[in-house]
Design a protein. Structure first.
Length: 607
């Protein structure tokens, strides 16, 4: 009898393990959509960990353009058909509110900031943020106003790069650093962060003149036991390893991206993915018993938030001072309040104290951040957000949390992804000398004069084609996600139920031989009149590395301006070739973005 009971309990346990571990109810609902079986409770996480985004490419080749992969016990409906992607990218504007839970385990104030960011927010919070982006980096006039900063940063970065190239390498080698090899992926972030500093914050972070490669592998934690890691200290200019605020921001952004890679993620992440019903408990555990990866990620995001708070306070103070000097008495600088508007939250006491310390910074902070033209630029993204709070109806004002969230979005999107694209462009040109020669001839034709908006838009067709073809082969983020707000017909009897996660996998479209002739080849002429008929896509919506619809990347025009400007200045001055230490083929690893495992090693010589 006891044995029979034991077998009955074992059978019940096994049945429950299979039922919940494989989400049988959801699988039955989605039974008409082909997909991978996966592992109980883990789904396809082991395969994603080993093969990265290439796992989805393999599944698509086997199963077709609509399929399912499992993140733990939650299904991802993956769409690789360009017509379906275009249709539902416009129809489905919302992102799943819990989607960010599959990339990290944020807690406290950082969780509130994440939920208010352009990546995740929905409803009025998203619309308020979108309006600011439209005013600052989408509108043509505002976009052109950023070009002087982009030119200035590009010229300074190339000058610093020339010094680095000419510097002697190791003793007795008889070679320069340019000949010894330079990892473009490690250093080009100095330029993109410099532009981000001026465009987003309206200040000079100094990274265009700085060797930021040293910040790439620095832990944001001051020591293994640090739980704050704000790096701003009492003086606002203090440090991770004595780094400037520019390097601190680079290190914090890099740490944030690094912690989104599977091998560097917190141990709490798979727990939340396997047991979504227990996420409140997982967040509590991550708050009170964080592992090193969790502490580093939280510290990195806190540091970026603190720098944003410092600049918010500086902007408000400068407005009050200007009003007082003018004798108007109307210096409504909009004090930093961490207001309690619905949908936002104030910082925890410890984080608020660090933010107050940063905002009240004295001489150290004044020296660490250089204001462009004597003050925070009025054309900057920060100024647009802060100005929008003055005199606007309450329901249209961005809260402190929203300002910090959109600043974080700008830094993350403007820094790493653009640096990645630029380094991959140099790789593709270094491995295709004929394309490099044609691009060099095009940029030489412009001369050394200032690059205007008209020049960048009209005089660089081949350079733009090179960037587009690089993005087709190596999109920084190969997919975008939407939430089905109603049942959606996917064809052939397949239906995405209301509430489903739709993963629009553009990278699979970019590499589909039924859509692109010879998709594995680097052919910039696909995007030129001369080659579009022979090598262009079969579907007009088959190229979308920035996404589609209302939630496509808001900074795509700015990113193209940044990339074109630096490519012109670099290829006017240097001959760039692949260094022998660069492994081939190029290996990529998976995080939020796809980054080169071994960097992008090139040889630079003055022309």
């Amino acid at each position: 009898m006891a044995l029979s009971s034991a077998w009955a309990l074992a059978g019940l346990f096994l049945a429950m393990f299979v039922f919940f571990g494989y989400s049988l109810r959801k699988r039955w609902q989605l039974r008409k959509i082909p997909g991978a079986l996966g592992w109980p409770f883990l789904g396809s996480i082991p395969e994603f960990s080993i093969y990265g985004y290439e796992y989805v490419l393999g599944l698509s080749a086997k199963l077709g353009n609509v399929l399912i992969a499992w993140l733990g016990v939650e299904p991802l409906i993956i769409i690789c058909d360009p017509a379906l992607i275009r249709k539902y990218a416009y129809k489905c504007v919302s992102k799943p509110p819990s989607m960010s839970e599959y990339g990290h385990v944020l807690t406290g104030f950082n969780y509130d900031v994440d939920q208010a960011s352009a990546f995740v927010a929905s409803g009025e919070v998203w619309r308020r943020g979108r309006r600011v982006f439209e005013a600052s980096v989408i509108n043509g006039v505002s976009l052109a106003a950023h070009l002087p900063a982009i030119n200035r940063c590009a010229n300074r970065f190339v000058a610093q790069l020339a010094q680095r190239v000419a510097a002697p390498a190791a003793a007795h080698s008889g070679k320069t650093l340019g000949e010894e090899g330079i990892d473009m992926f490690s250093i080009v972030g100095g330029y993109t962060m410099a532009v981000t500093g001026e465009v987003a914050y309206g200040v000079d972070l100094g990274t265009a003149d700085d060797d930021i490669a040293v910040a790439r592998n620095v832990s944001i934690l001051e020591d293994a036991g640090s739980k704050s890691g704000s790096g701003l200290g009492d003086g606002g200019s203090a440090s991770v390893g004595g780094m400037s605020i520019g390097r601190q921001l680079v290190a914090a952004a890099l740490a944030s991206f690094r912690c989104l890679q599977v091998e560097h993620s917190t141990l709490y992440l798979p727990l939340g993915v396997m047991f979504p019903w227990a996420r409140p408990l997982v967040r509590w555990l991550a708050t009170h018993f964080p592992d090193r990866a969790q502490r580093e990620h939280m510290a990195a995001r806190t540091q970026i938030a603190n720098i944003s708070r410092l600049l918010m306070e500086r902007w408000a103070t400068s407005k009050k001072a200007a009003a007082a000097a003018a004798g108007t008495g109307t210096g409504t600088g909009t004090a930093i309040t961490a207001d309690s508007k619905a949908g936002t939250a104030s910082a925890p006491p410890a984080e608020a104290a660090r933010a107050d310390g940063a905002a009240a910074a004295g001489k150290g902070a004044e020296e660490a951040i250089k204001e462009v033209g004597g003050g925070i630029s009025s054309s900057s993204f920060m100024a647009a957000m802060m100005e929008g709070r003055r005199g606007a109806p309450q329901e249209e004002r961005l809260s402190d949390v929203e300002v910090i969230a959109q600043s974080f979005t700008f830094v993350m999107a403007g820094f790493e992804t653009t640096a990645l694209t630029l380094s991959l462009v140099t790789f593709m040109l270094a491995t295709h000398p004929e394309a490099a020669a044609r691009l060099t001839a095009e940029v030489d034709g412009l001369g050394p004069g200032e690059l205007t908006h008209e020049v960048l838009a009209e005089k660089l067709p081949y350079t733009e084609a090179v960037i587009k073809e690089t993005l087709r082969l190596h999109p920084p983020i190969p997919y975008f996600i939407r939430e089905a707000r109603e049942d959606l017909d996917l064809g052939n009897g397949m239906v995405a139920p209301k509430g489903s996660y739709l993963t629009m996998y553009m990278h699979a479209v970019h590499l589909n031989p039924d859509v692109w002739p010879h998709p594995e080849r680097f052919l910039p002429q696909r995007f030129l009149p001369e080659g579009s008929a022979a090598f262009g896509p079969a579907d007009p919506g088959a190229w979308a590395p920035f996404g589609i619809g209302a939630r496509m990347c808001v900074g795509h025009k700015l990113a193209m301006m940044m990339a074109k400007t630096l490519l012109v200045r670099m290829y006017q001055r240097f001959r760039i070739e692949l260094h022998p230490r660069q492994p081939l083929p190029l290996k990529m690893k998976t995080g939020l973005s796809r980054v080169p495992v071994d960097g992008v090693w090139v040889t630079l010589t003055e022309r």
